[in-house]
Write a protein that binds this ligand. Structure first.
Ligand code: EPZ
Length: 418
């Protein structure tokens, strides 16, 4: 089992290029099933979950070429199966997008219940509510999801919860439904917009993505196209936080500054210096950071996927800071690991109180989920002495070449391949 050995105390300096967005790519890849033809995706992040999904489509009969690590060409014209029970689909949450995509293409789908980070119950009731509103019958028994529809008919759907996954999943089915679907209380994340833009390029008719009301007018045919995945807001935010935590000076390239507004605002509130350019952002860490309060919210609020890395930075600020996790009910498991480094964090339900000015000392840590893994790495970068981070399978699901990128910024980090 691989592990990272990190020597703390080295400020990150230099430039880092951000990869394509994991959570956009995981919606774009199943979406190619809706086109009879060839789709080319560029700026695809070379990470485990993405490679797993490409593998799943290949097992379903899609012809796939990969001219380089970040470009994938799909020809799904020969895909005829609507059942995908392969174990790979159980290993990640995003495999639920196969429901919307296969309903859209075949009006039938059989897949196992999705997996994913252990950060809460993560039901899919809103996904099912949407599919049933479109006329599908959905059954879940023995951990298998079966859905089928004689016809998909456009409908008005009000989401009880703002859900990224349900918004994208229902869009994938509704683009091929007869008539108009109105999705209200929709998620507005950049990756929702990215999938909508891709679907429209394939011939779909989606309006309003990025707002909380999305109007989808079904079409009977969709065609192949070429598309570039947007930069990863969460990967970029992770390096911004690491730059401030190590009192470094980092130029983060290939980003969309607007997607990072909530993170920039919070880092400036703490006392960091931020310079925004067209497609890059410079982040400079300062001494004596101020304590802040954070509440995770759907986009454009502060993203839940960055609350774990942010908690490490807040350990270093002057005074008491709080994090309120309003999206997931169990996303503070990583705190136990930080406490072993000397962090003083009190968790009470969905709130964490973080005492600042704590010197973290290196020790052996294990990542409990993908973004907790990122938090452990940042903790290692700032801690006294050496830190060992295990369970890298989580980290590798969402961060492309993390140790190489950090080495390029002057970190003392090495991956031991056991
Ligand atoms: C997506 O998960 C992301 N994953 C998550 O990123 C991210 O944390 C999350 O959106 C929020 O931004 C992917 O895109 C693959 P939700 P998803 O549906 O779609 C509840 C990462 O680290 N809910 O927006 O599962 C749910 O329990 C991962 O990259 C229902 O109640 O998130 C949660 O409390 C972790 N019923 C809230 O809504 C449903 O049917 C938001 O979940 C669906 C969701």
């Amino acid at each position: 089992m691989d592990r990272l050995i990190i020597e703390g105390g080295h400020p990150l300096k230099g430039e880092v290029t951000i990869a394509g967005a994991k959570n956009a790519a995981l919606g774009l890849i199943p979406a190619v099933l809706l086109a009879e033809g060839v789709c080319k995706l560029e700026n695809v992040p070379n990470i485990k979950d993405v490679n797993r999904f490409i593998n799943i489509l290949s097992k379903m009969g899609a012809k796939i070429e990969r001219p380089n690590n970040n470009t994938v060409i799909f020809d799904t014209s020969s895909v005829a199966q609507y059942e995908m029970m392969d174990d790979e689909t159980r290993k990640m949450r995003a495999s639920y997008y196969l429901i919307g995509a296969l309903l859209g293409r075949f009006k039938k789908v059989v897949i196992p219940f999705p997996g994913g980070c252990n950060i809460g119950v993560r039901p899919i009731d809103q996904h099912i509510k949407g599919f049933e509103a479109l006329g599908a019958k959905v059954e879940i028994e023995h951990g298998i999801i079966k859905a089928y529809a004689d016809e998909l008919i456009g409908a008005s759907i009000y989401m009880d919860v703002v859900s990224v996954g349900a918004t994208i999943n229902i869009m994938l089915a509704a683009v091929r439904a007869k008539g108009v679907t109105i999705l209200e209380n929709a998620a507005k994340e950049p990756h929702v917009v990215d999938v909508a833009n891709f679907l429209n390029l394939m011939g779909a008719n989606i309006k309003g993505a990025g707002t909380d009301i999305i109007k989808i007018t079904g079409v009977s045919k969709m065609h192949g196209c070429e598309y570039m995945v947007i930069p990863d807001q969460i990967e970029a935010g992770t390096y911004m936080i690491a730059a401030v935590a190590t009192k470094g000076d980092v130029l983060i390239k290939n980003i969309i500054p607007k997607h990072l507004e909530s993170i920039s605002a919070k880092l400036i509130e703490m006392g960091a210096e931020i310079f925004e350019y067209d497609d890059s952002i410079r982040v400079i860490g300062k001494e004596n950071l101020r304590a802040i309060n954070i509440k995770t919210l759907p986009y454009p609020g502060f993203p839940t996927d960055l609350q774990q890395p942010m908690a490490v930075l807040m350990c270093m600020a002057q005074g008491l800071g709080t994090i309120t996790e309003s999206i997931f009910e169990n996303r503070f498991k990583y705190v136990d690991e930080l406490q072993r480094m000397g962090a003083e964090i009190l968790v009470n339900g969905r709130a964490a109180m973080i005492s600042g000015k704590k010197k973290l000392s290196g020790t052996k840590l294990s990542a409990t989920d993908l973004r907790a893994g990122a938090a452990m790495v940042i903790a290692g970068l700032v801690a006294d002495g050496k830190t060992e981070v295990t369970e890298l399978k989580h980290l590798d699901r969402g961060y492309e070449n993390m140790e190489q990128k950090l080495l390029g910024l002057g970190a003392k980090i090495v991956r031991i391949r056991d």
